[in-house]
Design a protein around this ligand. Sequence first.
Ligand code: ATP
Length: 423
Amino acid sequence: MEKVVSLCKRRGFIYPGSEIYGGLTGTWDYGPAGTLLKKNIKDEWWKFTVQKRSDVVGVDAAIMMNPTVWEKSGHLAAFTDPLVECKKCHQRFRADKEEEIKAHEKSHKEKVEWTKPQKFNLLVKAYLGIIEGEQSEIFLRGEITQGAFVNFENVISSTRVKIPFGIAQTGKAFRNEITPGNFTFRSREFEQMELEFFVRPQDSEGNKWFEYWKEQRMNWYVSLGIKKEKLRFREHRDDERAHYARKAEDIEYDAPFGWSEFEGIHHRGDWDLSRHNLSYVDETGKKFTPWVIETSGGVDRALLFFLIDAYSEDGERKILKLSPKLAPYKVAVFPLLANKEELVGQARKIYENLRENMMVAWDERGNIGKRYFAQDEVGTPFCVTVDFQTLEDKTVTVRDRDTAKQERIEIDKLGRYFIEKLK
Ligand code: ATP
């Protein structure tokens, strides 16, 4: 874990939030490589969930919502975690996180006494309005989900969706987490990617789509390179299910800090639509409240697990074996020597051409070995080097990140070559 955290800082994936002022607990900033990786994860998710399907449409709802939304959704009353305080040092923890409680107990020599668990609401408050004292209290959304429900009627009347259909969305959510930690795993500001899929209110339909989306979501992580043996489903116990869920299963990753959730598949029944007084009329005129199967993943958690899973070492070489689809830069282009004008000019041309279609990195500093090492650490699948032979026969060296093997490719064929390799 420390190796990944230090690579993230060194190579511009993730920095502590507001670092120059001592940081702000539970917030993180993404650097140039991290921003690209995050964008690629969201793009892949969107392609899979919306672009390639004809039964899902997208929305992008506001982060600030009328507070009635949170009252109706049950979050004001029930979006809580059980908080306990250590009577010795007054540190606060989540009573349901046994590992963290045990670790804290171990850190004291004498027996630790805890306060009784209190319900702690996770919604983050904000104040809107221009007159001091007359501002109204609102909440930053604790889940992006409600944005799909409040637009249920708008989507039906402005598109041609028919049940079963889904509304997809990605965006920021905020939670006043009691114990943010494990790097970005539990943050106070994070991003979610969610699908709310509306089905007819029958057990057979609910169960069928629940199983369907479970498999789809698991396959998505595997298709983007996460090792199968590092993934599992875990069904929620009755006492841990969220207030809206009839049934819930998590996709978990075998992280360095233990098996951990990075996506939840929830059967929300008719909880949300009936609380918001919303219903659906089918083509026969029958009116009913659909049930909802939800897939709710964290972009930041997915990113963290993609990084951890991709991290590998080969002697001195540290390599991020990210799927080419996710890699921040697809190709890096180098002139062998920075002070040879013909080499730089030729390399520059290749760089400009390739970046019409993909993110390409440029590096001309230091020796070529160091440049390869640097690209391995950000996960760039291919490096192109322009050398003296290039000037004679118009070929370049293409080096593969995972095998470190090199081959000569004609400049004119590079575009095609990468389209094939990066599929
Ligand atoms: P946990 O029990 O780990 O706090 P949760 O069960 O409350 O998570 P959900 O409400 O199901 O999480 O949220 C759906 C997804 O949103 C999670 O699977 C996770 O990927 C992401 N997520 C939730 N809380 C956080 C957080 N504090 N930081 C980063 N991602 C989060």
